[in-house]
Ligand binder design. Structure first.
Ligand code: PMP
Length: 399
């Protein structure tokens, strides 16, 4: 018997329960760069797990920019922004990015997760209400928890339920109300109806916080994100996101009005108490913006690839109609999704099972990330293998 006061005993018990419930995740090892043909655990595979949507992780111009930045600025910042300062590269990037997002100002942050945990508690607190889509990302959920504000959930993308919940929030006489939603939902790949959410913000005097993680570099004519997709100005909205998806590096951003950014630069705890991004990353995001501007065919190719793969996969059951870079392939609850993931691996396809807690129990799926750099042959292979595995392991269990 372990010591009951010791967290380790508790964690061992928890782990045992997870293992017994077949809920333990295993993590594979990538032995090459994150590109369509990668090496994973010693095997050459077709990569379908990375959010490197545009293939920027291996783009020659970006690699060149990162080498130059490392030579000039060294490996890292060595401290938090308010102590060590930020690089001139950071200022250059923030100005460029604010223009890209069509807002007054932007703040380059450490990660998208850090943004949500630092930003949301600055906007709302205990006497306030956050009205949140039920499928919002975990970093939003954690940010709201940290803020202490009351969280009211509305049904996924359901405008009439959103209005019902806003009416409830109004009755409670909250000091401030924020609506918060992913732009593109990370596990389903569908888009928040921003055009319909916006009028409700106005009607109920609620501020919109938009998580543009999977939309930036993917949606809108210039890759500007969800606003550009709907042809809406950013207005008063607070847009956050990450560079860990289409920019294929790390880092988070907040794009908003100057007063908001100025305050967050001083007071957001995750920004203040965490070291600045290394120059290599800042150079990569600057170069990424240039590539977006000069090589629009990458985004076009991504959307063509998504449409092609969607057409081939639709009959196997999709969680939603794909609109960005993600295709969510549903797997019925009675199928052992882990075994299926191993069969994919054996067949040379790298696709991880997405299970609880990333999605609710019984909503297991394969979340396929399409890249602009996948070829038609790659996507045909994917469709062929899905058909083969579904015929062997999924369809017999359905009938
Ligand atoms: N928001 C969404 C919608 C995401 O999918 C992610 C990444 N999984 C994040 C925020 C967090 O971004 P980061 O990887 O930079 O922490």
């Amino acid at each position: 018997m372990g010591n009951k006061r010791d967290p380790e005993s508790f964690l061992k018990e928890e782990m045992k329960t997870l293992r017994e419930s077949n809920l333990e995740w295993f993590i594979r090892h990538l032995e090459s760069s994150s590109k369509p043909h990668s090496k994973v655990d010693g095997k050459e595979v077709l990569m379908l797990n990375t959010n490197n949507y545009l293939g920027l992780a291996t783009h020659p111009k970006i690699i060149e920019a990162t080498i130059e930045a490392t030579k000039k600025y060294g490996a890292g910042a060595g401290a938090v922004p308010v102590i060590a300062g930020t690089f001139d590269l950071t200022r250059k990037f923030q100005e460029k990015f604010a223009k890209f997002k069509e807002v007054e100002a932007s703040l380059l942050c450490q990660t998208g997760y850090a943004v949500n945990s630092g930003l949301i508690p600055m906007l709302v607190g205990k006497p306030d209400i956050v009205v949140s889509d039920e499928l919002n990302h975990g970093s939003i959920i954690d940010g709201v928890r940290l803020s202490g504000a009351k969280r009211i959930i509305y049904k996924h993308r359901d405008i009439s339920d959103l209005e019902t919940q806003l009416r409830e929030a109004e009755k409670e006489e909250a000091r401030r109300i924020c609506i918060i939603t992913d732009g593109v939902f990370s596990m389903d790949g569908d888009i928040a109806p921003l055009d319909k959410i916006r009028p409700l913000c106005k009607k109920y005097k609620a501020r919109l916080i938009l998580d543009d993680a999977h939309s930036t570099g993917v949606l809108g004519e210039n890759g500007g994100g969800t606003h550009e997709h709907f042809n809406l100005p950013a207005g008063d909205d607070i847009i956050m996101g990450t560079f860990s998806k289409s920019f294929a590096v790390n880092g988070g951003f907040i794009s908003a009005s100057k007063p908001i950014i100025n305050y967050l630069r001083m007071m957001s705890r995750s920004y203040m108490f965490s070291a600045s991004l290394p120059p290599v990353t800042i150079a990569a995001v600057i170069a990424g913006l240039d590539v977006l501007e000069k090589e629009p065919h990458l985004m076009k190719q991504l959307h063509e690839n998504v449409a092609f793969a969607t057409n081939g996969l639709r009959k196997f059951g999709l969680a939603s109609e794909p609109k960005a870079g993600i295709i969510a392939l549903k797997v019925p609850g009675n199928v052992d999704i882990r075994k299926l993931a191993c069969h994919f691996h054996k067949a040379g396809i790298f696709l991880n099972a997405i299970e609880f807690p990333a999605v609710p129990l019984h909503k297991q799926r394969f979340r396929i990330s399409i890249m602009a750099t996948h070829t038609r042959k790659d996507l045909e292979k994917l469709i062929f293998i899905v058909e083969d595995l579904w015929n062997k392991y999924v369809i017999p269990l359905q009938s």
